[in-house]
Design a protein around this ligand. Structure first.
Ligand code: USQ
Length: 386
C-alpha cells in the first residue's frame, strides 16, 4: 500500500515509517520540523540532541521525504493523491506545553484543529483512509472501566449506544477530543473511513527496525516534552530524585515504542477491511501502572546498575487538572485480537534506563525538576511560541 506518515520526524513517526517500510509498504514521510523547533524554544534537548535530517535517516529505504505543513489544505490534498492510508501524527502533542500560556493553549488547539480539518477534507476528496493518533487522556479517569468504542446507556427504560463521556485534563487533551468529534461526524456525513487510536503514554527508545539500522528517534526528558518514564530514567541516570507528582497514584495505560509502532502499522492494514464510512475507536495500551509504581520500578532497576536512585514526592504541577488517586481500568480488546504480544514492562524500563545512562553526560540538569504549573503556566517562550 501507499501510506503517508504525517509527523514522520517525531518520536513515533520515524520508527513507524521504518516499521511500515519493513512490512513492504511505500511510505511518504511528511514533516515540517516544528516539534524540534518548539522543544528548542522551551529549552528542551532531545536525546540524541540532533538525530540528523529525516531525509538522511530514511536514506536508502525508498521512502519519499517531503517537507510540508499539514495545516495547508491544498498541500495536503496534493500529498494524498493516490495514497491508500494516511497516519496523522503531525500535532502539538505535549499537555504541559498547551498549559504554558494563553498563546500556547491557542497555538495547540488551533494548529491541531487546522491539521485535522485539512486531512479530513483531503481524505474526503481522495478517498484516502485515515489512522488518527488520539489520546487515552480524552477520557480522563472516570471511576468506571473505560470501554473501547461505543457503550450502552440505559435511561428511562430505554437504551442507547453512545460515545463514552470525555473529560480532558489539558488543552492538548481537549484538542484531541475535538479531533474525535469532527472525525466521527465526517465518517457519518461524508463516508470517511477512520481508526481513531486512543493511545496511552508510549515508553522506550527502540524497535526492531531502529536496532537494525542502528538509528535513534527523538526522546525527550524535560518537564514539558518528556513523558513520565523517560523523565524518571533520565533523572535516575543524572543522580536527580525521581519527581513523583503529588501522591503518585495517577494511573495510566502504557505501551512500548515497539508495540505502538506495531499496533499503528497494523491499524493501517486493518483499516482497508473496514466498510466505507466506518469510524472505529481503539484503546492503544498494553499495561497499566501508577506513576508511584513506575518510579519504584525504575529506582530498583537503577540501583541494580549501581545508581543510588531516590523518589521525591513534589507538589503536583497539574494539581486541579488530574486526580492523584483513582480507579483505572481500560478495555483494550482490539489489539489483543490483532495479535499484539506486548513487550515486558521490565524489559522496556531497563532498556530505556540503559539508554539514558549511556547519554548521561548529555542530560541537562536544569530541565529535570518541574518548572511550570498547569494553573499558572510559566514564562518559557512566551514571546516565541511555536
Ligand atoms: N508525572 C509525574 N512526574 C513527572 C512527570 C509526569 O508524576 O516527572 C505524572 C503526571 O502528573 C501524569 C503522568 O505522570 O499524571 C503522565 O504524564 P506524562 O507527562 O507522562 O503524560 P501526559 O502529559 O499525559 O501525555 C503523554 C503524551 C501525550 C499522550 C498522553 C497519553 O505526551 O501525547 O496523549 O501521554 S495519556 O497520558 O493517556 O493521556
Amino acid at each position: 500500500m501507499r501510506i503517508a506518515v504525517f509527523g514522520a520526524d517525531g518520536y513515533l513517526g520515524f520508527p513507524l515509517s521504518l516499521c511500515l517500510l519493513g512490512r513492504g509498504h511505500e511510505v511518504i514521510a511528511v514533516d515540517n520540523g516544528v516539534t524540534a523547533r518548539r522543544a528548542a524554544c522551551t529549552g528542551a534537548p532531545s536525546v540524541p540532541a540532533d538525530p540528523g535530517p529525516l531525509e538522511q535517516r530514511l536514506g536508502g529505504t525508498g521512502a519519499t521525504v517531503v517537507e510540508a505543513d499539514v495545516r495547508d489544505q491544498e498541500r495536503v490534498r496534493q500529498l494524498l493523491q493516490d495514497v491508500d492510508v494516511v497516519v496523522h501524527l503531525a500535532q502539538q502533542r505535549s499537555a504541559p506545553y498547551s498549559m504554558l500560556s494563553p498563546e500556547h493553549a491557542l497555538e495547540t488547539v488551533s494548529d491541531n484543529l487546522d491539521s485535522t480539518m485539512a486531512v479530513l477534507f483531503a481524505c474526503r476528496e481522495t478517498g484516502t483512509r485515515l489512522v488518527k493518533l488520539g489520546s487515552m487522556g480524552e477520557y480522563g479517569t472516570p471511576s468506571v472501566p473505560i470501554p473501547e468504542g461505543e457503550w450502552t446507556l440505559e435511561l428511562g427504560g430505554r437504551t442507547a449506544r453512545l460515545w463514552f463521556p470525555r473529560s480532558p485534563g489539558s488543552f492538548y487533551h481537549a484538542s484531541k477530543v475535538c479531533d474525535s468529534v469532527y472525525l466521527r461526524f465526517a465518517c457519518q456525513c461524508y463516508g470517511l473511513t477512520c481508526i481513531d487510536v486512543q493511545q496511552g503514554p508510549v515508553v522506550g527508545v527502540n524497535t526492531a527496525e531502529l536496532r537494525e539500522r542502528n538509528a535513534c528517534t527523538r526522546v525527550y526528558y524535560d518537564d514539558v516534552w518528556g513523558t513520565v518514564v523517560h523523565r524518571f530514567c533520565a533523572q535516575a541516570s543524572a543522580g536527580h530524585p525521581l519527581t513523583v507528582y503529588g501522591r503518585g497514584g495517577q494511573t495510566r495505560g502504557f505501551l512500548s515504542l515497539a508495540d505502538s509502532t506495531w499496533a499503528t502499522a497494523t491499524a493501517c492494514e486493518q483499516i482497508m477491511d473496514l466498510p466505507a464510512g466506518a469510524y472505529m475507536e481503539i484503546n492503544q495500551i498494553a499495561w497499566t501502572r501508577s506513576v508511584r509504581q513506575l518510579a519504584e520500578e525504575v529506582a530498583a532497576l537503577a540501583r541494580e546498575r549501581g545508581c543510588p536512585a531516590a523518589l521525591s514526592h513534589v507538589p503536583n504541577p497539574r494539581e486541579g487538572c488530574e486526580l492523584e488517586e483513582h480507579f483505572y481500568e481500560v478495555e483494550a480488546a482490539v489489539l489483543r485480537n490483532w495479535g499484539l504480544v506486548a513487550e515486558e514492562p521490565q524489559q522496556v524500563l531497563g532498556e530505556t534506563l540503559d539508554y539514558m545512562l549511556a547519554h548521561s553526560r548529555e542530560l541537562r540538569a536544569s530541565v529535570l525538576a518541574p518548572r511550570h504549573t498547569f494553573r499558572d503556566g510559566g514564562d518559557t517562550c512566551r514571546d516565541g511560541h511555536g
